[in-house]
Design a binder for this molecule. Structure first.
Ligand SMILES: [Mn+2]
Length: 304
């Protein structure tokens, strides 16, 4: 009997791959934002759990993970945070321009700013859509002139990389969000689906509702999904920089990842803020690994 593992399957060459896995290990942007470091260890830890999973997504799926080709091209390293961000943007640009679906393992949430910039440049599309699943809005201003883990979405909108009407945030929580920041996002014409709003609906429907809203129902509207693991409640995801007592269940985070994988529009996804030194029994990294597997199952079963 054969019992293959994803570790045996994440071996496609970059040229042949449908999906590319990339790590951006850094927690410098979290430190700049006053948070707890540790996210620099996340890509290695998430990969270790991912490699142990089987490619069998379940009988509810027509195709399994061995029906797609996935290349793990390792981590981006080096230098100052700005140098790392530039290298990440360059890599995202190249991979997206060559038609790959890209999954990025952060890193703090600051990495989303250069990655979306690279995504936009690589596509050479007039417009892109962006969904952030997060407890926080992450639209703070720079600190001392420097970008940090709480400012990615402000920069992306202010620099015109994403227009406000093409941006949505899902899972935003009470009492960790400044009203001025909330108002700023709404004034940009963006959509906020709070944690309370999102959990009243079946979550995959909430994702699709946001997708339809920000892509204006147009087919082939390229979409980037950013998933901050602190949107999951701390009992299910203790290993993050900013744990939250309230948040999505592990199952809900998994279902959101599957929904994103199934969407033809989603060309790139990041999972950020996992912090292995604060984790309990690898719970958070294991959940991130399951979410990546779920996203891959969705990709394998896309209806083209
Ligand atoms: Mn965030």
């Amino acid at each position: 009997m054969s019992d293959p593992r994803l570790g045996d399957l994440l071996t496609a060459s970059l040229e042949d791959a449908d999906v590319v896995l990339l790590g951006v290990p850094t927690d410098e942007g979290i430190l700049r934002n006053g948070g707890r470091p540790g996210a620099a260890e996340a890509p290695g830890e998430i990969r270790a759990w991912l490699r142990k999973l089987t490619p069998f997504a379940g009988q509810q799926f027509r195709r399994q993970l061995d029906d797609i080709r996935v290349a793990d091209i390792g981590d981006i390293n080096g230098g100052s945070l700005e140098a790392l961000h530039n290298a990440a943007a360059q890599k995202a640009r190249e991979l997206i321009a060559s038609g790959k679906i890209v999954i990025v393992l952060g890193g703090g949430h600051d990495v989303t700013y250069p990655l979306v910039r690279g995504f936009w440049e690589g596509l050479q599309a007039a417009e892109i859509g962006l969904i952030n699943i997060d407890a926080h809005l992450d639209v703070r201003e720079k600190k001392n002139g420097l970008h940090h883990s709480g400012s990615s979405f402000r920069l992306l909108i202010e620099e015109g990389i994403v227009s406000g009407r093409n941006f949505a945030e899902i899972g935003i929580q009470s009492f960790v969000t400044a009203k001025d920041h909330f108002d700023w996002v709404i004034q940009r014409g963006s959509r906020i689906l709070t944690f309370e709003d999102a959990t009243t609906a079946h979550l995959p429907n909430a994702f699709e509702e946001c997708e339809v809203a920000i892509t204006h129902g147009e087919p082939d509207f390229p979409l980037y999904l950013s998933f901050d693991m602190d949107s999951v409640r701390a009992s299910d995801a203790p290993g993050v920089s900013a744990p939250a007592p309230i948040g999505f269940l592990a199952e809900e985070a998994y279902e959101l990842a599957v929904a994103a994988g199934l969407s033809n529009n989603v060309r790139m996804m990041d999972i950020v803020e996992v912090s292995p030194p604060h984790d309990v029994d690898g719970r958070t990294a294991r959940l991130a690994a399951r979410m990546i597997a779920g996203f891959l199952a969705g990709v394998a079963n896309r209806v083209k």
